[in-house]
Design a protein around this ligand. Structure first.
Ligand SMILES: Cc1cc2nc3c(=O)[nH]c(=O)nc-3n(C[C@H](O)[C@H](O)[C@H](O)COP(=O)(O)O)c2cc1C
Length: 352
């Protein structure tokens, strides 16, 4: 057993949120391992004028306050999505609010956008860049729980954070802010995007704008989202956030806790939503696939279903940081097994 395995086991003895805070602390102090060597060139992909060295990203919610983008990229991720960030700092829901369902390879969380606010994250990112930090960072934004003006909140967060973002994500799919997911309706979305575009157009440079959706939407709602994405020229869609469904085969003791379920039980549904969006958008809008990825085969399935990039969170909790290099190696060998010279050649082939 390596020191790392031991540390991983110790973390799992702690309450999940304490373990998470300890992990961020360790990352910030350079105590995490660094992935060795450059990425296999077949894993590279160019999107939105940016060169992703590999398609595997750290999903939103892990580094909410942009405290450790550099160390996370150092684990081998091709990009990191920080946030969700709201205009003002807020505490989130009462603890405990993260629950492990270890035997299910899953987690339930009801954090409720605990974060230090957009300005603090912007300052952290500026400090990191000023210190020579390089690598791709997406920024995920949301509304404050007590704010009556959702569109105003997204615009406010965007105006602070857009200049520091390689891409910006409108998060309307977290289940833990009352009313948030209703913003996925057609009229609400159009209003939100128009407001945001107004803000972004006033900036010197505006990053690609993406929308992150829930796995609990029906076919008609997904069709509306695809149409809004096309008409309003969204640059990408992220499928999916956590689910409020509880599949009947869950065995973990915490299965009836309120909140969003992530990890292995989310894989099938989130991949189905991804494939539906790929079909509905005719493959014209780049998609990021997230939900239940724990292996190279899982990542490959999302890519074949239409994802140009993928992300994970929950599997990292159970598998530790070595998972990132493992997934990349497995993915490269799956691409070469199937005769793909590049990652882009495999995007969406499962649907055609
Ligand atoms: C503890 C926790 C916190 C999360 N916080 C956020 C968040 O703030 N914003 C967001 O868009 N998604 C958040 N997510 C969702 C993830 O980004 C991801 O969409 C989801 O967990 C599915 O991926 P996974 O199965 O690999 O975990 C969170 C997930 C977890 C487990």
């Amino acid at each position: 057993m390596t020191v790392l395995d031991l540390a991983q086991r110790c973390l799992r003895l702690l309450d999940p949120e304490t373990a998470h805070n300890a992990t961020i602390w360790a990352l910030r102090r350079g105590l995490a391992p660094r992935a060795r060597g450059a990425d296999d060139p077949r894993l590279a992909i160019r999107l939105w004028g940016r060169d992703f060295p590999n398609p595997l990203g750290m999903a939103a919610g892990f580094d909410k306050d942009a405290q450790a983008p550099g160390p996370l990229l150092g684990l081998g991720f091709g990009f990191v999505e920080v946030g969700t960030l709201t205009p003002r700092a807020q505490a989130g829901n009462a603890r405990p609010r993260i629950f492990r369902l270890a035997r299910d390879g899953a987690v339930i969380n009801r954090l409720g956008f605990n974060n230090q606010g957009a300005e603090a994250a912007r300052a952290a990112l500026d400090r990191w860049r000023a210190g020579g930090g390089t690598g791709l960072v997406g920024i995920n934004i949301g509304k404050n729980r007590d704010s009556p003006d959702a569109a105003g909140d997204y615009a406010a967060a965007a105006s602070v954070l857009a200049p520091a973002a390689d891409y910006l994500v409108i998060n309307v799919s977290s289940p833990n802010t009352p009313g948030l997911r209703a913003l996925q309706g057609r009229a609400e979305l159009e209003g939100l995007i128009d407001g945001l575009r107004g803000t972004l157009d006033g900036l010197a440079a505006s990053p690609p704008l993406l929308l992150k959706v829930a796995p609990d939407l029906g076919e008609a709602e997904l069709a509306d989202i695809a149409e809004v994405a096309r008409k309003r020229r969204l640059d990408g869609l992220i499928a999916t956030n956590t689910t409020i469904e509880r599949p009947p085969d869950l065995v973990g003791r915490s299965l009836s806790e309120a909140g969003g379920l992530s990890g292995r039980p989310l894989f099938a549904r989130s991949t189905e939503v991804l494939a539906q969006l790929h079909r509905l958008t005719e493959g014209r809008i780049p998609l990021i696939g997230v939900g239940g990825i724990a292996s190279g085969a899982d990542a490959y399935a999302k890519i074949r279903a239409g994802a140009s990039l993928v992300q994970l969170y929950t599997a990292l909790i159970y598998e530790g940081p070595g998972l990132v290099s493992r997934i990349k190696a497995e993915l490269a060998s799956l691409l070469s097994r199937d005769g793909f010279e590049t990652l882009s050649a495999a995007v969406g082939v499962g649907r055609r």
